[in-house]
Design a protein around this ligand. Structure first.
Ligand code: FAD
Ligand code: MG
Length: 282
């Protein structure tokens, strides 16, 4: 998507969120998610963007279902950091679990049915991200292990702690650093701990992610409503300057007491894939 095209701001947002914060039985949760995704796929749209998002959603669901055929559930995990891309991936994963009939009453009662996730904490994490990850664990009945070390070392530890894991879903997209040449299934590169990476949303654009989140009314980390478009740590992440609110004369708005702190529009108003990381120092 390129600048000048509409953002996800004008998407129709259903009045009820996709999930309530209070946990509900896992089979009901996945059935509810499946019903809303299926209803979205059945909708007739004139908008090219929504038609293309429906096609991308079908592709992603097919890849997740293929992964569930290639691997047993205990062999699969999801790299989850509370960000928008892996949130969409999580929703599609839970939808696919419903399709495949893999939704026991209590997935955490048995290691073979747990919905495995792995979260690598940034050296200086945002409290809002920590809170959202913790809330996700409850809402979606996830079995999440957390590591506070660099990624390669964290995944080495993860495979040592959970050696049954053979493949990990990752929410990387084509326009991310290192995303350009990835396929749906890629073994890790040499020098990385060995496992299969699965990239179901690799071909989604930034606007697709936000259109999906808003069209299904999926609760997301509140930092995105403050102009953050890509989440790292507090030491390297700022609201995206492209989203700074401007006066009619084009100057950046300031707070009522005149300080130069800009107000920011929400993340879903950004359009251009390549502007997503302008709030990141690295
Ligand atoms: P994001 O857009 O936030 O990340 C993209 C996705 O990566 C997220 O949706 C999420 O699924 C996952 N992710 C990112 N940060 C975290 C985190 N802190 N905790 C949990 N999940 C996270 N790089 C290589 O060069 N070669 C490899 O073989 C390789 N294997 C990887 C395997 C996995 C499972 C992961 C998660 C990363 C791997 N990487 C590898 C690193 C990857 O290329 C990115 O550098 C990294 O994911 C950070 O992504 P990003 O900055 O684009 O952030
Ligand atoms: Mg991302």
């Amino acid at each position: 998507m390129i600048a000048g095209e509409p953002s996800a701001r004008d998407v129709d947002v259903p009045s009820s969120p996709l999930v309530a914060p209070a946990p509900q039985p896992f089979p009901e949760l996945c059935a509810r998610i499946h019903a809303r995704v299926a209803a979205f796929l059945d909708e007739q749209h004139d908008s090219e963007r929504l038609k293309s998002l429906q096609a991308q959603t079908r592709i992603s669901l097919d890849i997740i279902c293929e992964a569930l055929e290639k691997y047993r559930l205990p062999e699969l995990s999801l790299a989850y950091n509370g960000g928008k891309d892996c949130l969409v991936l999580l929703i599609l994963y839970l939808c696919a679990l419903h399709i495949k009939g893999l939704t026991p009453a209590d997935p955490n009662a048995d290691p073979d049915t747990a919905i495995k996730c792995v979260y690598i904490q940034a050296p200086h994490p945002f409290q809002e991200v920590e809170d959202f990850v913790a809330a996700s664990v409850k809402t979606y009945s996830l079995h999440l292990l957390e590591y506070a070390k660099p990624m390669k070392a964290a995944f080495t530890d993860y495979l040592r702690d959970v050696p049954v894991v053979k493949a990990i879903f990752v929410g990387t997209r084509r326009t991310d650093p290192h995303g350009e040449h990835l396929k749906h299934f890629d073994p890790t590169d040499s020098g990385w701990p060995p496992f299969m990476r699965i990239h179901p949303v690799i071909d989604w654009h930034y606007v697709d992610i936000w259109t999906f989140i808003r069209h299904l009314n999926i609760p997301y980390c509140k930092l995105y409503d403050c102009g953050y478009t890509s989440l790292g740590g507090t030491d390297d992440t700022h609201p995206n300057p492209v989203l700074a609110k401007k006066n009619s004369n084009g100057s950046v708005l300031t707070t009522p007491n005149g300080t130069k702190t800009a107000y920011f529009r929400p993340a879903y108003e950004l359009v251009d894939d390549y502007e997503e990381r302008l709030g990141r120092d690295r």
